[in-house]
Design a protein around this ligand. Structure first.
Ligand code: AGP
Length: 609
């Protein structure tokens, strides 16, 4: 969704804001803007459509060097098109406002308070700015509370009252926003997430919901509805500031693909003791692993694809019924929930509202819940009964890669623990399973070291309008993820298809020249997958086969493009397979000259339903 940055302190405010917006740009990049409150009490706004770089150029034409505080915003459009007028910040009288979220009753409020003549944009945010200004009579805290009490929907607001030059204000409801005091205790920051603060603050905190937050240079005060000061837990930043840079790569996505061996180690090692799974670091009670009869996995997008892999393995190894639910469908599907169900939510950001609402729904209806999350202290992490943090570090590229792979290894550890605690795995099997996980970094390194060969596979894909990916079982779940990667960063209409299902209609779409990627790594399914690959080849498709030397091919020469992945036990083949598919998507997007990290229409965190 949107990116929010606020600053009050001794630095050049404009510089801090623009640098922060560049870091937050991955969250949404339709338009960007800043407001700078200068020593005369003038709140100067600069905003424009497009990337933050456009805003930087615009600000250079009229720099503000004496600003006392300010805020910045990158927008992912919800209400109103991508225009300068709809870009944030929005101003009304003495109020300047930036917003992440959706106000559902903004039109009713505009009518009730006759704001139409004061609102020139199409946004819900400008209505709130006008409302704040309408109620403002010199008491900012009272004004914020009054207006917040009238809103329905989600919001993280940054607010400036231009007659108050030494304070910034904030309040949130569902949408995420964090704050922190600078290391020198002489400045304060507001941000949508910690990536924009990590060089300035030693620790930070998530602003509690519905609490008015007052930022001053070196001090942050939180006031509840009774004007009582609220004290919160602070979180420390557990990665090097450099972790947010590109470290020499042209795109974050490439850097994050290359980081996967290391983040697997970072996620597995703390949960492996004497060769056995050990999740005591996550403070999850042991009975969790044995007491449930059903498992429901809830997630969106890539995280949901990780859930599909877990379903496949849980059913085959644990013999447990598992459902994987698209989070945005779950709470509207009248799900059957009881205390024999463990609900596992998966979310990189921990802020995806569809997944958050699903977790809330499941817990309200009596299910126990464990969430697998990457961003520490995120809303889903804080609202879950148990949390297993992936240690992928900050993932900046919109297309998720290293977060997905750490979701997978986390699920594999959890499955191994369940199998061991249920007596399905004896000790040596559990140790063998864990050692297979610990061998993955080296095996993935092999694919990464050979990425030029993977790149060579893409030549017939660059110009494609449609592309199919076919496989069965775990291969199919890998292809669902590979297909999403290709769609979201290359804009090719790619479809992953269970290869056995293709002939029931969709094969009609296969024409000569249609690129088809077939993934064949599952020994028990390989012969059938091969037959399905022959079916599309017979219809002229340009087939790229990803397989291993462990899968016997009668006549390899009949296939124009074969890429051999490292041969691992079938249940671990998904790891090198997905890395190859990530690389394919990356190279196709890069060859097409697209912005790999910030694809059109997308945002890294989706905090609206
Ligand atoms: C992944 O490449 C996509 N950007 C998207 O599907 C993402 O996985 C989905 O929005 C879920 O996000 P989350 O993991 O932060 O909840």
């Amino acid at each position: 969704m949107c990116g929010i940055i606020g600053y009050i302190g001794h630095r050049n405010v404009e510089e801090v804001l623009l640098k922060g917006l560049q870091t937050l740009e991955y969250r949404g990049y339709d338009s960007a803007g800043v407001v700078l409150l200068d020593s005369n009490g003038t709140a100067q706004v600069q905003k424009c459509v497009g990337k933050v770089q456009n805003l930087i150029v615009q600000c250079k034409k009229a720099p503000v060097n004496d600003a006392l505080c300010g805020m910045g915003h990158t927008r992912w459009a919800t209400h109103g098109g991508v225009t300068n007028l709809n870009a944030h910040p929005h101003q009304s009288g003495k109020v300047t406002l930036i917003h992440n979220g959706i106000i559902e009753n903004y039109q009713e409020l505009a009518n009730e308070y006759h704001l139409a003549d004061q609102v020139i944009s199409e946004t819900d945010t400008e209505v709130v700015a006008a409302l704040l200004n309408r109620f403002y009579e010199g008491d900012p805290v009272k004004t914020i509370r009054t207006v917040a009490s009238k809103l329905k929907g989600t919001y993280a607001f940054g607010i400036i009252f231009s007659d108050i030059k030494d304070k910034l204000f904030a309040i949130r409801h569902v949408s995420p926003i964090i704050a922190g005091v600078g290391k020198d205790k002489k400045e304060a920051f507001l941000s949508s997430d910690v990536t924009a603060l990590s060089e300035y603050v030693a620790d930070y905190f998530v602003i509690p919901e519905d609490v008015v937050t007052i930022l001053e240079a070196g001090k942050i005060t939180l006031l509840d509805a009774c004007d009582q000061e609220v004290f919160v837990n602070h979180l420390t930043i557990d990665w090097e500031t450099g972790a947010i840079g590109k470290n020499g790569y042209e795109f974050y996505m490439e850097k994050e693909i290359m980081e996967q061996p290391q983040v697997i180690v970072n996620t597995v090692m703390p949960r492996c003791k004497d060769g056995l799974p050990d999740l005591s670091v996550d403070h999850i009670p042991d009975d969790i692993w044995t007491k449930y009869e059903k498992i429901t996995i809830i997630a969106c997008g890539t995280a949901m694809h990780a859930g599909l892999v877990a379903k496949n393995l849980m059913q085959s190894l644990l013999r447990l019924p598992v459902t994987v639910e698209i989070a945005s469908e779950y709470i509207y599907s009248d799900p059957v929930i009881d205390d024999t169900t463990l609900v596992i939510a998966i979310s990189q950001s921990g802020e995806t509202i569809d997944t958050l609402e699903a977790v809330r729904y499941a817990r309200k209806h009596g299910a126990d819940n464990l969430s697998i999350v990457n961003v520490k202290g995120s809303t889903i992490a804080r609202e879950s009964q148990f949390v297993l943090y992936t240690n992928a570090g900050p993932e900046i590229a919109v297309a998720s890669t290293k977060a997905y792979i750490t979701q997978l290894v986390s699920l594999y550890i959890l499955i191994c623990q369940m199998a061991y605690m249920r007596g399905i795995f004896l000790k040596e099997k559990a140790m063998q399973f864990m050692s297979s996980l610990l061998a993955l970094p080296g095996q993935i390194e092999q694919v990464l070291a050979d990425r030029a060969s993977v790149h060579a596979l893409t030549k017939d894909m660059i110009g494609a309008k449609d592309l199919f990916m076919i496989g069965r079982g775990l291969d199919y779940t890998a292809l669902l993820e590979g297909s999403l990667k290709l769609k979201e960063i290359s804009y090719i209409h790619s479809e992953a298809y269970a290869s056995g299902e293709l002939k029931h209609g969709t094969i009609a779409l296969i024409t000569p020249e249609t690129p088809v990627i077939t993934l064949i790594t599952q020994k028990k399914l390989a012969s059938k997958e091969l037959s399905n690959a022959i079916e599309v080849k017979a219809r002229g498709a340009k087939v790229v086969m990803l397989t291993t030397k462990a899968i016997p091919l009668e006549d390899p020469s009949q296939w124009e493009h074969i890429y051999y992945l490292p041969a691992l036990p079938s249940e671990f083949m998904i790891f090198p397979a997905v890395v190859a598919l990530q690389l394919i998507a990356f190279y196709v997007s890069k060859e097409k000259g697209l912005d790999v990290d910030k694809p059109r229409n997308l945002a890294k965190v989706v905090t609206v339903e």
